[in-house]
Design a protein around this ligand. Structure first.
Ligand SMILES: [Zn+2]
Ligand SMILES: [Zn+2]
Length: 425
């Protein structure tokens, strides 16, 4: 690899910088080229500063230790209230329909009229999270070592045991309550999972289960259901090809075109669609801070369970998930001799500390800039590291880690086979 490395000078501050052609060249003294794609940033500087300041104030609250446990902070309460109002809409529809049928006569008129509120109730009903019918599930019997680890983490945190695990090829690891019985399911994305060391895996799993313990999943479900209702409203009350079609039909049937129905549609679209959009925006903003705080607190749980060091490393590793995805796709498409997951493992292990440092600095520039669901990684790792170091409560040994890999192998192979078929040749 000697030929790929060398030394060059920073064009901005003339500092000597190391060159590695496989990765972005950047300056650690003045941050030159930390974000090579920054040209596309269209956000004004004042907004970037404002968002960075907001991120910093929340961080300091947590650093001072003024927030000890997840609770009913104002942002969370506000998001719940805003959501509750929205989730009452289908109920209003249902009751309205029943009232119409009961009290309004003649019946031949009340029946067709009641279709509108009943339709609203059906359209806007809250829905349970469902797994994709093609999801690759791993059950308890298939993976005793993995479930032993999950049980140990769940017990240490004090939360319900995991019901099932799904395997996919996404660059993340997630936790969701599935169905109306809200069965806790963990999703393991192979590109991220493969690049993590054993204790880092414990940290990420503990972070996810920590969300469950802290009530974030319930909160997420309520806010998510409300956001879905608002989305449905917005879609129903926005100009669609169907509106045009209806206008054309009306035009063809009654040759003297009456503009009233079209006008009514447009007014309804503007009022209800616009209100739904505005309300959705408000809900998102109120929820933003509550979500970010939840992430810090889940990190804290992870540090208690997996240890501070492993948690901070795991968070940094997460930044490489996207490039692990690319390594996986490359291996599937071109590298027939190497086992695809082995290629991911190697790619993740090869990443120099300097590239990870660049990604961490990039998170400062980028993750405060966009409305991301997670706080910037540089603050998350900083918080984990500045708190008194914690020793791991749950330790994943090499043998058990290997056993887990073996258990997941058949499902992982099925996932990779599917991915290979989807990729262009
Ligand atoms: Zn420089
Ligand atoms: Zn999280």
């Amino acid at each position: 690899m000697q030929t790929q490395e060398g030394v060059t000078r920073c064009p901005q501050c003339a500092q000597q910088i190391r060159l590695d052609r496989r990765y972005v060249t950047w300056c650690d003294k003045c941050d030159w080229n930390v974000d090579p794609s920054s040209a596309e940033a269209d956000q004004p500087a004042w907004r970037q500063r404002l968002e960075q300041r907001l991120a910093d104030t929340l961080y300091r609250e947590l650093e001072r230790g003024s927030i000890h446990r997840p609770g009913w902070d104002a942002a969370r309460l506000g998001a719940y209230l805003l959501s509750a109002v929205v989730l009452l809409l289908p109920l209003v529809g249902l009751l309205g329909g029943i009232a119409l049928l009961t009290f309004y006569r003649p019946l031949w008129l009340s029946i067709p009229l009641s279709v509108i509120p009943f339709g609203m109730a059906v359209l806007l009903r809250p829905r349970a999270h469902r797994l994709d019918p093609d999801a690759h599930l791993v059950h308890r019997e298939q993976a005793p070592a993995l479930f032993a680890l999950l049980d140990e983490i769940a017990e240490a945190i004090g939360t319900k045991p995991i019901a099932a695990v799904t395997i996919d090829a996404e660059p993340n690891i997630w936790f969701a309550p599935i169905g109306w019985r809200f069965r806790p399911v963990i999703g393991i994305g192979l590109p991220l999972w493969t690049g993590l060391g054993p204790q880092e895996r414990v940290a990420i799993l503990a972070h996810e289960l920590g969300h469950g313990k802290n009530g974030d999943t319930r909160h997420g479900w309520v806010v998510g259901a409300a956001a879905q209702v608002l989305d449905e409203l917005q879609k129903t009350f926005s100009e669609r090809p169907y509106d045009r079609y209806r206008e054309d039909v009306a035009h063809a049937v009654w040759l003297d075109h009456d503009p009233t129905p079209a006008l009514v549609t447009r007014i309804l679209n503007a009022v209800i669609g616009g209100a739904a959009r505005g309300y959705g925006w408000l809900l998102e903003k109120v929820n933003f801070r509550s979500n970010q705080r939840a992430e810090y607190l889940a990190d804290r749980k992870a540090a208690e369970i997996a240890g501070s060091d492993a948690t901070a490393w795991a968070l940094e590793r997460t930044l490489l998930a996207e490039s692990s995805c690319r390594a996986l796709e490359r291996a599937l498409r071109f590298d027939k001799d190497v086992e695809p997951l082995e290629a991911v493992r190697r790619a993740a292990a090869e990443v120099p500390a300097r590239e990870i440092e660049r990604q961490v600095r990039l998170s400062r520039l980028r993750d405060t800039r966009i409305d991301s669901t997670h706080p910037p990684t540089y603050l998350r790792t900083k918080l984990v590291r500045t708190r008194p170091a914690q020793h791991a409560l749950v330790v994943l040994g090499t043998d058990q880690a290997r056993a887990i890999d073996q258990e997941l192998r058949p499902t992982a192979e099925a996932v990779l086979k599917e991915l290979r078929q989807e990729l262009p040749r």
